[in-house]
Write a protein that binds this ligand. Structure first.
Ligand code: FES
Length: 105
């Protein structure tokens, strides 16, 4: 079993329409998942970055939410247009994208 340098979990949770918390699905996580997956392929990062969808990660108000391990870096409000910067900065050079980071305790 490969040990990926970066394991990216993307919240793909969907709540019923009108739910007060909303959900990352309502905020476009499926397009984000597709963009991340395509970027891994385009940049041939199959052995470096593993992308998985997951249920609610917690920071629903800031979705789509993702968390990157092993560092435990959280990002919020991530759009498909942000993916090239995430790849170039975080996944290729190890520098998190500060403008997208969520504050953690
Ligand atoms: S619904 Fe995505 S973080 Fe809760």
């Amino acid at each position: 079993m490969p040990a990926y340098p970066y394991h990216v979990f993307v919240c793909a949770n969907r709540r019923p329409p009108g739910h007060p918390k909303g959900s990352c699905a309502e905020r476009g996580c499926n397009d984000l998942l597709m963009a991340l997956t395509e970027a891994v392929d385009t940049n041939e990062l199959w052995e470096a970055v593993k992308v998985n969808s997951t249920n609610c990660l917690g920071p629903c108000d800031n979705g789509p939410s993702i968390v990157v391990y092993p560092e435990g870096i959280w990002y919020g409000g991530v759009k498909p247009a942000d993916v090239p910067e995430l790849v170039a900065s975080h996944f290729l050079t190890g520098v998190p994208v500060e403008r997208l980071r969520l504050q953690t305790r």
